[in-house]
Design a protein around this ligand. Structure first.
Ligand SMILES: [Zn+2]
Length: 95
């Protein structure tokens, strides 16, 4: 059964999965950022910055893998936050 827009009662509704949180965490835990964080950490403690970069990259990989595993069932996320976008009036709503 297709949802109907509560604003204009149009049936031209597309599923709109909110990916804002995902892209935000990707930005926060980007390997580049963590690598530079690790490098500056090592600079501060006078350790070879290469070790910090490698460690930061490894941490980023672990975090990304964990996130991918959490994000894996998109159906679960959709079940929690079902969002729909009306292509007629651009109204976003959830059921
Ligand atoms: Zn509408």
């Amino acid at each position: 059964m297709k949802p109907i827009c509560p604003n204009c009662h149009s049936a031209h509704v597309v599923e709109n999965i909110d990916i804002n949180t995902q892209s935000m965490s990707e930005h926060l835990f980007s390997p580049k950022l963590l690598a530079s964080l690790g490098a500056s950490f090592c600079k501060y403690y006078k350790i070879n910055p290469m070790i910090g970069m490698v460690a930061g990259g490894a941490i980023a990989t672990v975090i990304n893998l964990a996130q991918q595993r959490l994000m894996q069932p998109p159906l679960l996320k959709t079940a929690i936050m079902p969002r729909y976008l009306c292509s007629t009036c651009q109204h976003t709503f959830s059921i």
